[in-house]
Design a protein around this ligand. Structure first.
Ligand code: N01
Length: 533
């Protein structure tokens, strides 16, 4: 490696998504480089440009709070923003705060190693660039490493294949095409109703049916916007004091305290509330009490039965094997209604799994389907995938993939023992998608940056966490998971969406305030669980 290709910097940030962008801004007083695999900013909202991609949290909340002028000047056109508006916002922020000068686009990090003698990371990109830095901040996202199941025969298939998380920039024309769609999670549910309107035929390959609420999206009401703009400062504070860092209504009464009629009325109101998560927040115990949860499940199933005209299709669409909210609740726009179209067919691949691509399409254990296009919305190697796809070597040349072979271990989701000076934002065992990710990402960046500032002020060069601290954190993560019904679903939260992936629950479900308090007290108690030198 010629020295010309080696740059010495203070901090490398990996990823120019929403957390990475804010990290550049917050750490401006250091020599910072942000390495981004894509050609643009926005992370999730850069890659996931499939038709219908839209956030399920109100945009007045799902946005940055660090700069008051930015909050006041930006106008969201809709309550729940579509991908193009979120990408436009990310670009606006990058320009407004001059962040691009610190970003190297098309620069995927492929390996990095910690030099124990100098307490510095050597970070390499696949383009041959090398950076030597004190700290690495992995703002790599929880849902950024696409999962493409290894069906054989892909190279023989004559049609086109797309993964929703790598959607072509100019879009795809499905007119006159027979389209096969694999995956009925949040992504598939958003994309399919739009594709069905254009395609000649849409064949949906469903392994597990999803619970899905109507989105309730609408143009943003000016009074609502003005109200938020008048109260942004206190509302951002209030958000951080709620379980999901969002000002949704959190009810205080149990489903068991209501009569069947009252329950029905509350659930009906939640269904029409125009707020995606009101259904699982209808009662205080939906996510902790199996019987309460089942009442909500049956309500949601009855909605499916009332919308989908063919009773057999309706039953196949009814989830029965996991609690509502156990997987992240999906939000749709005409998803169940789509099955009433003549050109849409539902295929059950639970009973007859997909076996292979063929030259003409897809073969399941039961039949072969001729398709011009196959779309995979098969999710992500979530939480750990983005970091494990980088060859990371810590102390004593230990590889991160080896350390995490049986599941990820971290302290506060921020660091993992044996990998000093490497911080993660939304890392394993943080609330991640259980809380609103822009606001909580900002919070984690601030917490991390304060730690780095203190290291510099005190003339220290190496910070790491102890194995004991990791074990204590694992107990806490497990304890809160045991109190929640999330554990009863196979999902990306516990890695069970990927065949062979090991590990337990990777998300912290104790709520954001409890998480934040533990991060803050660890630092305040003399960096409990950390070793600094
Ligand atoms: O991914 P998923 P996603 N054969 O893992 C199926 C966020 N998000 O991209 O359930 C057949 O949920 C798989 O089946 P199963 C949100 O946090 C948010 O949809 O594993 N099928 C499932 O149906 C969300 O939770 C928004 O049995 C196979 C689907 O593929 C997260 O991203 C929008 C298969 C994958 O669903 C991920 O959502 C979009 C196989 N071999 C995403 N392998 C909003 O803000 C997988 N599947 C609204």
């Amino acid at each position: 490696m010629s020295q010309a290709n080696v740059e010495q910097v203070d901090i490398v940030i990996i990823g120019a998504g929403f957390s990475g962008l804010y990290a550049i801004h917050r750490l401006r007083n250091y020599n910072v480089v942000c390495l981004e695999a894509g050609e643009g900013v926005g992370g999730t909202w850069y890659w996931n440009r499939y038709p219908g991609a839209r956030v399920d949290i109100e945009s007045v909340e799902y946005s940055y709070g660090f700069d008051d002028a930015l909050q006041q000047e930006w106008c969201w056109p809709e309550y729940f923003s579509a991908q193009p508006d979120l990408e436009r916002y990310a670009n606006h922020v990058a320009d407004r705060f001059n962040l691009r000068q610190n970003i190297r686009f098309s620069s995927p990090v492929d390996r990095m190693r910690f030099d124990e003698a100098t307490h510095r990371w050597h970070v390499h990109t696949s383009t041959g660039a090398q950076f030597i830095c004190r700290y690495v901040i992995a703002a790599t996202g929880s849902l950024s490493a696409p999962n493409m199941p290894p069906w054989p025969g892909l190279d023989t298939y004559r049609g086109d294949v797309y993964h929703t998380a790598r959607w072509p920039e100019g879009g795809v024309d499905f007119s006159g095409k027979r389209v096969g769609f694999i995956g009925t999670g949040s992504t598939g549910i958003q994309a399919m109703p739009i594709i069905a309107q254009q395609a000649k035929e849409l064949v949906v390959f469903q392994r597990t049916p999803a619970y899905c609420m109507p989105s309730g999206n609408r143009p943003l009401d000016q009074d609502h916007e003005q109200d938020w703009k008048a109260h942004y400062r206190e509302r951002r504070q209030q958000m951080l004091q709620t379980y999901g860092a969002s000002l949704i209504e959190y009810p205080q009464f149990s489903a068991h305290d209501c009569t069947p009629e009252q329950r029905e009325e509350i659930l009906e109101k939640a269904w029409h509330s125009q707020n995606a998560f009101q259904l699982i927040l209808a009662f205080s115990d939906v996510m902790t009490d199996a019987a309460a949860n089942e009442m909500v499940c049956e309500f949601a199933r009855n909605k499916i039965r009332s919308i989908v005209k063919d009773p057999e299709t309706a039953e196949l669409l009814c989830p029965t094997t996991y609690p509502i909210g156990g997987k992240r609740l999906c939000v749709g726009n005409g998803y169940f209604e789509m099955y009433n179209r003549e050109n849409v067919t539902l295929v059950d691949v639970k009973s007859a799994p997909i076996e292979a691509f063929t030259p003409a399409g897809l073969r399941t254990a039961a039949a072969e389907y001729e398709l011009d296009v196959v779309i995979t919305a098969t999710g992500f190697d979530a939480v750990t995938g983005a970091l494990e796809r980088i060859a990371i070597e810590g102390r004593e040349q230990r590889k991160l993939v080896d350390k995490w072979a049986d599941g990820p271990t971290t302290y506060l989701g921020a660091m993992t023992a044996g990998f000093p000076n490497l911080f993660m934002i939304h890392g394993p065992s943080t609330p991640a998608a259980q809380a609103q990710m822009i606001t909580t990402g900002e919070w984690q960046v601030n917490w991390t940056a304060d730690i780095i500032d203190a290291m510099n002020e005190e003339g220290l060069t190496c910070i790491e966490v102890t194995l004991d601290a990791e074990r204590q954190w694992a107990l806490e993560v497990d304890m809160v998971a045991q109190q929640s019904l999330h554990r009863l679903a196979d999902s990306w939260y516990n890695g069970k969406n990927i065949e062979g992936k090991k590990g337990g629950f990777m998300i912290y479900v104790g709520g954001f305030p409890r998480f934040a308090e533990q991060c803050e007290t660890a630092v305040a108690d003399g960096y409990r669980g950390f070793i600094r030198q």
